[in-house]
Design a protein around this ligand. Sequence first.
Ligand code: ATP
Ligand code: MG
Length: 442
Amino acid sequence: MRILDLTLANIRAMDTEAIVIRIITPSGDMDSAVDSPALLNFNDLLVAIRDVMPEATVTAFEYEDEVGDRITVRSDEELKAMLSYYFNTMNEQRINGLLPDPLQIFPRAGKTPGIRNIHGLKVNTRPNPANDCTHSIPDSMTNNSLKKSSAELKRILTNGQINAQDIHYQEQLGHGNGGTVYKAYHLQGKRVLAVKVIPLDITVELQKQIMSELEILYKCDSPYIITFFSAFFVENRISICTEFMDGGSLDVYKRIPEHVLGRIAVAVVKGLTYLWSLKILHRDVKPSNMLVNTRGQVKLCDFGVSTQLVNSIAKTYVGTNAYMAPERISGEQYGIHADVWSLGISLMELALGMFPYPQPLQLLQCIVDEDPPVFPVGQFSEKFVNFITQCMRRQPKERPAPNNLMDHSFIAQFNDGNAEVVSMWVCRCLEERRALQAQGHV
Ligand code: ATP
Ligand code: MG
């Protein structure tokens, strides 16, 4: 076995050259392209292997040197040595006029079955090709199923695990009842994140429960729902890493004109319909949980998938949730219709540029006792007024059901996929805000 060293040339190649890793498993092999091998770390690769072999407890993997000896990889250092060795052999193969083989790795499974990676992600495996002994990368590289699995592995490698030390915090984006949201940069994934940090003094058991309840977020896949990347506990704080939206939340925008609000409403209704289809109630629909970006996308965040997290935050919660439906305030059973109420009151606030109930709202009881607020006459279209009136009926069953929401003429008329309208409006508002800041007004 020869001694491996990281030569400068190999480090440079690792930075620039994509490689194919072939995970050899008893049930078949899986090839995956890795664009930046220099960014690959041992844990990320292990997570991906565990996804291919969910039934085994993989703690390490091996590769073969030129004489067929197996070398075990258990750390980032050993992974680097493996990559260095691989780049050497790739160069030699090229010099000899051969196409390089993929980097073959052999997962080492422990005896205890059943450990799954917490992400619950699946990677498609492909059957062991009959011609595995030949140097046949080009064929497999053009194979669609390979492309799909590569894309999925890449997704896992870049999204699946975010370590606290790889996050560089930038500015504070806002502060809510539960915690503080920061803009941050994730070095490995090379992307900007929004990280919500919530202090929670709870037991390790409860922490585990929260982590498992959050697993469903990895499965949420909708253009109207904020993308979830990862969550982790450090001491008594949970950090929840999601996609960053450069337009921020809608609560800081002034009156939104109806043709823009209509497109926003379409996205919010689609986002809610998606969550309901997964049997998730949002439970906290309000303008600060509707995010926009300069591409004109509108996405929902902060929905209550983890009962334990919601309960733990509730213990330190101060203030009132004025967007709650009357039946929730009264402590009755509630369902989808409560989200519909909150949708109505949120859109009403965004259209008026102010909260529709008299402020300060001292007693939530008035939401239960009094008639829902009405729009001033003549300022808004009949369709919009009708939509809000329907959503804010006091009797939950009288509010529109999910399929009726999409069919309502106000939603239908703006369901044209025109993101440009929202994009232009967000860009203009951000521009105005910047100008005011420059003049020292904000
Ligand atoms: P509450 O805690 O009562 O729900 P909130 O929604 O305002 O109130 P947070 O959820 O902590 O509080 O969010 C604080 C602010 O951070 C938001 O108002 C929003 O402006 C900003 N923010 C949150 N998530 C993102 C994100 N993904 N991208 C950009 N900005 C965000
Ligand atoms: Mg929020």
